[in-house]
Design a protein around this ligand. Sequence first.
Ligand code: AMP
Length: 400
Amino acid sequence: MTFDDFDFDHDLLDGLDAMGFKKPTPIQEQAIPIILDNKDLIACAQTGTGKTAAYVLPILDKILVSGSYDINTLILSPTRELAQQIDQQIEALAYFIDVTSIAVYGGGDGAAWEQQKKAIKKGVDIVIATPGRLISHLTSGAFKFDKLQHLVLDEADRMLDMGFYDDIVRIISYLPKKRQTLLFSATMPPKIRTLANTILVDPEQISIAISKPAAGILQQAYMVHDKQKTGLIKKILKDGKYGSVLMFASTKEAVKNIDITLRKAGIGVKAFHSDLLQDEREEILREFKNKRVPVIIGTDVLSRGIDVEGIDLVVNYDVPPDPEDYIHRIGRTARAATTGTAITFITEKDQNKFARIEQLMGTEVTKLPLPEEFGEAPEYKPDTSKRSSGKKRFNKSRKK
Ligand code: AMP
């Protein structure tokens, strides 16, 4: 499935392109058609699954189709940080379209509120707010919700844990009864069900089970500079500790280059990529299964197709683009209750991506010290507050 299948507006697809989103994540595949169909939705999905874009994209598309008058969408978020992240993601996805958003949260001074009020007065399509802050301004008349079409509750379980139940119900009393309500939550405790029964109408339900790697996989990683990768992989492979090794790189070109480097170093390796004929690919896999070829290097095409028992080591020469790919890749080892090792090379550029993978798995992967002979390695210092990669919009005011 691709984003083209949703029949999105061209300018929205350009925004996706600029963000580097190539294909929808599972939550996006399931949630987008339901939201475009104007149905209420309860979605059980964690941060890291792409849940924000799962509701932002169809809402943006609907605004483009039907227009927007006053506030079109209200998104409730438990924290200021999440509100800001959602706002940034909307700005990035809406970069090529005339849809505006603003985050309204507590903790700032009066001046910040004055500024937010001014922006709202000018006209804004999407308001992202923390419940406490919004409640304290509902009576001020700044928010005109009579044209509201969508209400989104993001991380609903966290909002309830923080004691926002009554605030949420009160906020909803200010909204039109005829609206679409979308509830996203990482967990579904009974109180979420109760809230859902009160505020949603005949909702569709989806649940994205988060993948966990098999328990038998020993996960390790090295922080490296790009130029240290070849030396390190040669050392690991020449150690002779691992019989069958599967290696992954991000691009076909990288696969070909690593293949050449390793062969020059006398390592028995075969490259696996989409330029090969089906017969050639099958032959490589047969040789690998029969242990005549100890190392295969490929792109992610390899991780989904291969079903070989007894792989001792999976190497992520590059950090994979999304957590699901990481789990698929390392899942090729330690199959059927055996044990195996997965080693990932992380560069400074990729460390935020890797932190997201750790966050989704709920585990921290051991970072091994780089052997001294390779020199200084960078330190692992991910910045988990940087979640979206889109460009910044400079002018927030709406041209009505
Ligand atoms: P979320 O679960 O909404 O917090 O999203 C997690 C991260 O995945 C964010 O940094 C998004 O920018 C990114 N993301 C969302 N959808 C996609 C996609 N279809 N392809 C690649 N990255 C995505």
